[in-house]
Design a protein around this ligand. Structure first.
Ligand code: COA
Length: 161
C-alpha cells in the first residue's frame, strides 16, 4: 500500500534486532505497550528505508486493539496515519474480528484523523471509570457496510480468532 509521496506502508515482516533498535528509538520519548506475548502485528510506513510512521494492532482478551499510532513530524499530513489505520483494520477484518478497539484522551488528534471516519464510537467498558484526565475507549463494530471501505474483503469469508 502507498500513502502520498512514495511512502510504502507494510506489515513489519521480521521483528529482528535491527528493527527492534529502530522501534525503540521511534518511541523513545513516549513508550508503547509491550505486546510480545500477544497475537500482534506492527505496521510501518517507510520513506525509502526510513521509518516515517509506526503502529501496532494486538489481540488481548478476545479484543483487537489499535495502539502506538505515530508519524514523524516531518512526514505528517500526507495520509500516513490514515494508511496505517486502514492497514490495521484490514488485518483485523481478515482475521474475522467482530470489533476493533483503541483508547486515547479526549480531543486527541489520533481520533480526529483516523478513527471517526470508520465509525468508531466512544464507549467505556464496565471496569473503566472515565474522567477528563483518563483515556477513553472507542469501539468499531464490524458491520457488512464497513467492508465497503475495504475492497477485496467480504463479510463472513474470514476466520475468527
Ligand atoms: C496524529 C498523527 C498520527 C496524524 O498523522 P498524519 O500522518 O499526519 O495523519 P494523516 O495525514 O493520515 O491525516 C489524516 C486526517 O487527519 C487530519 N489531520 C492530520 N493532522 C491534522 C492536524 N494537525 N490538524 C487537523 N487535522 C489533521 C488530516 O486532514 C486528515 O484528514 P482528511 O483525510 O479528512 O483530510 C500525527 O500527528 C502524530 O503522530 N501525532 C503525535 C502522536 C504521538 O506521538 N502520540 C504518542 C504516541 S507514542
Amino acid at each position: 500500500m502507498k500513502a502520498q509521496g512514495g511512502i510504502a506502508i507494510r506489515k513489519v515482516a521480521k521483528e529482528d534486532g535491527e528493527w527492534k533498535t529502530r522501534f525503540r528509538a521511534f518511541y523513545a520519548d513516549c513508550g508503547i505497550k509491550p505486546v510480545d506475548g500477544l497475537d500482534h502485528a506492527y505496521f510501518a510506513a517507510y520513506a525509502d528505508d526510513e521509518i516515517a510512521g509506526h503502529s501496532v494492532i494486538y489481540l488481548e482478551g478476545g479484543r483487537w486493539v489499535l495502539d502506538g499510532l505515530r508519524v514523524k513530524p516531518e512526514y505528517r499530513e500526507r495520509g500516513i496515519a490514515k494508511g496505517l489505520t486502514e492497514a490495521r483494520i484490514r488485518y483485523a477484518l481478515e482475521r474475522g474480528a467482530k470489533e476493533v478497539w483503541y483508547s486515547c484522551e479526549d480531543g486527541n488528534l489520533v481520533t480526529i484523523c483516523c478513527h471517526v471516519r470508520y465509525g468508531f464510537k466512544k464507549v467505556c467498558p464496565d471496569s473503566h471509570r472515565c474522567t477528563a484526565a483518563t483515556a477513553h475507549w472507542y469501539r468499531l463494530k464490524v458491520t457488512p457496510s464497513l467492508f465497503k471501505k475495504f475492497p477485496g474483503l467480504k463479510p463472513g469469508r474470514h476466520s475468527t480468532p
